[in-house]
Design a protein around this ligand. Sequence first.
Ligand SMILES: [Ca+2]
Ligand SMILES: [Ca+2]
Ligand SMILES: [Ca+2]
Ligand SMILES: [Ca+2]
Length: 291
Amino acid sequence: MSARTVWTAGLLAAAAATATLATTTPALAVGTGQAIGAQHAENIVAVGDFDGDGAADLFTSDPDDPNAMVSPEHLSVRAGHKDGSFGSPVTVLPKWGPWGAAVADVNGDGKLDLLSSDSQGRLSLRTGTTAGGFSDERVLDSGPRYGHIVAGDFTGNGKADVVALDGARNLYLLEGHGDGTFAQARQVAKDWRFPDLSAGDVNGDGVSELLVQDHHAEDKLHVAFADKKGGFADPQLLLDHWNFEQAMTGDFNGDGKTDLIAKPYMSIWAQQLWLGNGDGTFGAPSVVKYG
Ligand SMILES: [Ca+2]
Ligand SMILES: [Ca+2]
Ligand SMILES: [Ca+2]
Ligand SMILES: [Ca+2]
């Protein structure tokens, strides 16, 4: 079980304990045509165009020893092929074990940078290097125990920001300055009821949205639009009958429109991919292939 999964499970347990959430457990949606591949990527931690070919690539946390019950993990990239398939994993960080991760070009040099939250809840940055790797880790914010983090341009000024969720269900925005530094974290919501968080510009207006869900409580994927002033509107329904988790966005086919990838809820089946129409709607899903 990955650190991210452990953290989510802990937050879910806390949410269930309040008895205001988690009334039913969604049924598993296992349709026909799904496949478990030999190159199955269990734990996608972030999405971004790492190699700059215009198609989003997958960042995955992979065990060093796939056959061990417990194993150290490393960070890999699986290059997107624009047709719903992804290449074999290439290791980009040999030692890897944070709680949350996000990628974005936060210093404006055209290379993706890697943000992570560690077991102490600190937010750290590794900048992308010309050699195709990442610099040493630099702590940006010692934080109120950040867990999930996502990156996107939530204020619409072309500079990547970070949104972080702490273990007490407070949501924070750290506005990016575009040079690898960030403004002090500002709380933008409390009692945030969605433990699963990702970000992407699903309606193509240049401003990132939050994609949020509580798959333990309901089978719905919600979207929270940024108000461009550093806040978010109340989440509204994006996709119903949604029996998936770890939803992430990226332009996987290179048409400039944001697509969606997600894993069937509590399942070892392969991820599915929905191509975006650019207006907040998506086409029918297809099964992701690896290798
Ligand atoms: Ca790519
Ligand atoms: Ca960069
Ligand atoms: Ca948008
Ligand atoms: Ca697309």
